[in-house]
Design a protein around this ligand. Structure first.
Ligand code: PLP
Length: 438
């Protein structure tokens, strides 16, 4: 297998390192955890991306999730070009906002009103403020192993006890903020009960990724999610489903629809913008009436509801709302995953694959179902790094960190997935020879 040429990417990275911290505008792009230098991408089409050196890859990163229709989908591109002809932004209401909201709300029984923002982080930040404003309480519960964007209160990791305030996972977070966030272990009911007992009438909300997909894919049980909802509500608290990654991925109604659980507030991002920077949060009309200008919870955005971004979102979601879209996605994903699984079990490799909808995650260490980060093998990173590098040389691009899941788009045909699976199998066999996978 020839080692690919990365000269132009390396040159650009030298320059970008002068301009940006770590040479990038979002940390994981820097390839630190795989100890490489990032590829600069020139273009994408369907399931493929091509870098500035002309290397072409089957892409499973999908811009970290948004591109469920693949790269440069003609319907989205057309909508963007059409909308841009009338101007790029007005800071005044437009028809496009109504159209996208119509599509979302009419096809989602868990929402009555929404507010558009420009990123997932912004959606989550606003949703937490809404929960606090609505309940008039300050403390929040989050879970170790869930990511909610770079919101101050949510960049907090667990402390040592079952129910303790954590410590910040970033410099620059005031201790006073950390003191408002309880970080609990996933899949642990006792911790939740204990938290509500200790902080009775103080907890505004529980926030969870109902399908945790930012620290590997840590699938929770429906009964546990239901328990969280019931416990929160029984204590006068709200539950926020952060569906920035799962929304429009496991179904048009996201994880709420998949598990049939009514969250109090939902956040979306990623897919709903069709590749443009869009997020939203939503809830019942009653809870949303707390938001300004109807209510006293302030939240605003100069570029919120941007007409070009709204048009991209509408074009994308129109395709997702078509019959059988999600069944088809899941079917192709299952065939792909089963092919990998059967090779792994035939060879006796110590690897585990979890999957839901069109998401998959392969990790070293096989102790059965992984539902919390502390179940992930300590050596997983080492093996991911080896597999990742082999795959780049074999024309398969994964998100450059072992904690990132793989995304399958509608452009990943059975034929492309078959080819990708062959390359992954070959890469695993090579890694097995070099450092052992059993
Ligand atoms: C990606 C993500 C975010 C943050 O969204 P950005 O658009 O990157 O700000 C928040 N929550 C979840 C669950 C995510 O996956």
């Amino acid at each position: 297998m020839s080692i690919m040429n990365q000269n132009k990417s390396n040159e650009l990275y030298k320059i970008s390192s002068k301009y940006f911290p770590g040479g990038v505008n979002s940390p994981v792009r820097a390839f630190k955890s795989v100890e490489g230098t990032p590829l600069f991408i020139k273009k994408g089409k369907g399931a493929f991306i091509t870098d500035v050196d002309g290397n072409k890859f089957i892409d499973f990163c999908a811009s970290w999730g948004p591109l469920i229709l693949g790269h440069n989908h003609p319907k989205i591109r057309k909508a963007v070009v059409k909308a841009s002809k009338n101007g790029l932004s007005f800071g005044a209401p437009t028809l496009q906002e109504n159209e996208l909201a119509d599509l979302i709300i009419k096809n989602n029984k868990y929402l009555e009103k929404i507010r558009f923002v420009s990123s997932g982080t912004e959606a989550v930040m606003s949703a937490v403020r809404l929960a606090r404003g609505y309940t008039k309480r300050e403390k929040i519960i989050k879970f170790e192993g869930c990511y909610h964007g770079h919101v101050d209160h949510l960049l907090v990791k667990a402390g040592s006890g079952l129910v303790t305030f954590g410590s910040s996972s970033s410099a620059g977070i005031p201790d006073a903020f950390v003191q408002e966030t309880l970080v609990l272990p996933l899949n642990n009911r006792k911790a939740v009960e204990e938290a509500f007992k200790q902080y009775k009438n103080e907890i505004a909300c529980i926030i969870i990724e109902p399908i945790p997909a930012n620290n590997g894919l840590l699938l929770q049980d429906k009964e546990y999610l239901q328990f969280l909802k019931e416990t929160a509500n029984a204590n006068g608290s709200l539950i926020i489903f952060d569906e920035v990654i799962s929304g429009f991925r496991v179904g048009f109604e996201g994880a709420a629809g998949y598990y049939e659980i009514q969250p109090d507030i939902v956040t979306y991002g990623k897919i709903m913008g069709g590749g443009m920077p869009v997020g939203c949060y939503g809830s019942s009309a009653k809870i949303m009436s707390s938001i300004a200008p109807d209510g006293d919870v302030y939240q605003a955005g100069t570029l919120s509801g941007n007409p070009v971004a709204m048009s991209a979102g509408k074009a994308a979601l129109t395709v997702l709302a078509e019959e059988d879209f999600y069944q088809d996605q899941e079917k192709r994903t299952q065939v792909f995953v089963n092919k990998l699984k059967s090779h792994i079990s035939k060879k006796g490799y110590n690897l585990y694959i979890s999957t839901i909808g069109s998401i998959f995650w392969m990790v070293y260490g096989n102790n059965g179902k992984i539902q919390a980060p502390d179940q992930i093998n300590d050596e997983a990173g080492k093996y991911f790094k080896a597999i990742f590098k082999k795959l780049l040389n074999r024309g398969v691009y994964l998100g450059p960190s072992g904690y990132e899941v793989g995304f399958i788009s509608s452009a990943h045909s059975t034929k492309i997935l078959n080819k990708a699976a062959d390359q992954i199998i070959a890469a695993l066999d090579e890694v097995d020879v070099e450092i052992g996978l059993k």
